[in-house]
Design a protein around this ligand. Structure first.
Ligand code: FES
Length: 83
């Protein structure tokens, strides 16, 4: 028996999510390792610390910018884009 899942949308792409999973974990499980770049050198950033300290994982969720993906639980239909 498998847990019922749902989807969020990342930049137009449907991403499967398990209940209780963070947005960061769902993106990582889908093979998405980075979703923003640094301002100065354009280096890729995604999950780094995974505990809400580094702010490398910022993205926009349902229009709210600067949300930490590693701390934010996904909800059905969330629209996620790079910040
Ligand atoms: S990965 Fe460090 S704050 Fe989210």
């Amino acid at each position: 028996m498998t847990a019922p899942g749902f989807e969020i949308v990342f930049s137009g792409r449907p991403i499967p999510v398990l209940p209780g999973q963070t947005i960061g974990a769902a993106l990582h499980a889908a093979g998405i390792r980075s979703w923003r770049t640094t301002r100065i050198n354009g280096r890729p950033r995604g999950l780094f610390c995974g505990i809400g300290v580094c702010f490398d994982c910022l993205l926009t969720v349902n229009g709210e910018p600067n949300v930490r993906a590693c701390l934010t639980t996904a909800h059905p239909g969330d629209e996620v884009t790079p910040s």
